[in-house]
Design a protein around this ligand. Sequence first.
Ligand code: GLN
Length: 529
Amino acid sequence: MNTKYIFVTGGVVSSLGKGIISASIGKLLQARGYKVTIQKFDPYINIDPGTLNPYEHGECYVTADGMETDLDLGHYERFTDIQTTRNNSITTGRIYKTVIDRERHGDYLGKTIQVVPHITDEIKHRMLREGLEEGLDFVITEVGGTIGDIESAPFMEAIRQLRWQLGRDAVCVHLTYVPYLKAADELKTKPTQHSVKELQSMGIQPDILVLRTERHLDDSLRMKVASFCNVDLECVVQSEDMPSIYEVPVSMQRQGLDAAIMRKIGIPVGETPAMRPWHDFLHLQQEAKAEVHIGLVGKYDLQDAYKSIRESLHLAAIYGGRKAQLHFVNSEAITPDNIAEKLEGLSGVIICPGFGQRGIEGKITAIQYTRTHGIPTFGICLGMQMMVIEFARNVLGHTDAHSTEMNPQTSHPVIDLMEEQKHITGMGGTMRLGAYDCHLREDSKVRSIYGKSDIKERHRHRYEFNNHYLSDFESHGMQCVGTNPTGNLVEVVELPDHPWFIGTQFHPEYTSTVLHPHPLFLDFVKACI
Ligand code: GLN
C-alpha cells in the first residue's frame, strides 16, 4: 500500500483538542496494524517553540533527537508510543528559513521567490516527508491555528494542492465547535457551517467532521451538519467532553472514525480491533478512586506549562491504583515561615524544571523542608540543580552556593556551564538537547528502580553539576549515581537515607506513555502513596 495522508484542521475557535484527535486517529490506525506517524505544522514565525514563554504556548516538548517542539508531540507519543523526531514539528519560521537560505545560496537561479509556489512547495515537501522514512502507511498532519487565520493560508493552499495531487490517498478531517446556548436551550451548528464554508472557499472540501461539543448531538443535528456541509452522515463524528482524554480514542472508534477514514481512502475496513491493553488501562483508571496528593513546586500556574509532568504523574498514579490530585505550589510565594503550611496534606513534591531567577529561593526552601522531613521529592532538571544547591548551602555549609545561571559571582558555583559552552551567546537551540546515555551506579536506588544499568533520557538545559565538588557531596551523603559515560557529567543525584529524594538532570516525563509509564514516576508515586 502506498502512503496515505490525513490532514487535520480546526475551525471556529482554538483549544478544541486537535492534538488529541490526531493522536487518537493515530492510535486507532496503529491498532489495525498500520505504521503511522503524526506531525504538527505550526503557523507561527518562531523557528521552534524553544524560546516561547510557557504562558504563551504551554510546555516545550523535546524529541529524542533534540528538537524543541510543541506539546502536541507529547500527546502523540503518550498515545501511540511512536518516537517523534525533528521532522514531526515544523513551523512557518522553519519553512521560511529553508527557502530564504536556499535563495541566498542562489539555488533558485534568479527567480522571484513567492509564497506560492515556493513556500507552499516547501510545505508540501515536508508534508509528504518524501524519502524521509520507509514503509509508512499513514502520515497524519495536524495544522495548528484556526481556519481563516492569515498565517495558516499557505498551509491550506498546500493541503488543497496535495489533495488534488494525491486523490483518494488523502483525507481531510476538520474539527469544529458546536456551542450550546443556555438561554435558547439549543446546540448551534451555524459556526460549523461557516467554518466549512471558509474551508471550501480555499478549495478544500472536508471528508470528515469532528464536532466538539459539551452536550450530546442527536442524529438530526448530525444530519443537518452533513447536508449543509456536503459530508456523509457517517462522517460526522462528535467529540463530547470526556472525564479523561484517554477515553477519546475509544469514543472515536465507537463512532467509526477510523472506519470512515479507511472507507474514504478505499481500503477494506475489516473487523474493529479490540485494543485490549488500552481498555485494560481505562479500566484501571476507572477503578482508581482513592486520591494521592502531590505538589508541583514551580512558577507557572498554568495546566499546560508542566503538561508532560502532570500526565506522567496521572498515569503513574493510575498504575498505582490511585487518582492523582496535583496541587500547584507557587515557588515565588514560599518562605521559610509558610512552607509547612504550603505543603500540608501533600504526600510528595515535584520540583519543576525552569529557567531564570524567578521563584528560585522558594524552591530551595521547599527542598530544605522536604529533605529534612522525609517527604518524597523528585527534582527534574532545574529541580535537581536546586537540590544540589540546597545541599551545598545547608549541609556543606557553602552559604552562597548557587548556579552561575542565577548568580555568576557566587563563590561556590556548584552548578555551572562547562568550559566549551562559555562562548555561546544565542538562545534558541543552544542547549544540551535530546537523548543522552546515562550509566547508573551499581548499588543505587535509581538502578533498582530502572532495573538496568544503562539508560537513555532526554535533556534540555545549559548548566551542569560542577564535578569539582563531587567528592564533597558524596562524603556528606548526596550520591551522584547517574553519569554520562562520555562527558562524565552528573545526571542523577540521590539521598540513600531519605525515603525518596532523587534529582535528574534529564526529563523523564518526555518518555512516559499511557502503556509504558516511566519507572521513576511509578516509583515516586508509590513512595507518595
Ligand atoms: N535553567 C537550567 C539550565 O539551563 C535548567 C533547565 C531546565 O530545567 N529545563 O541548565
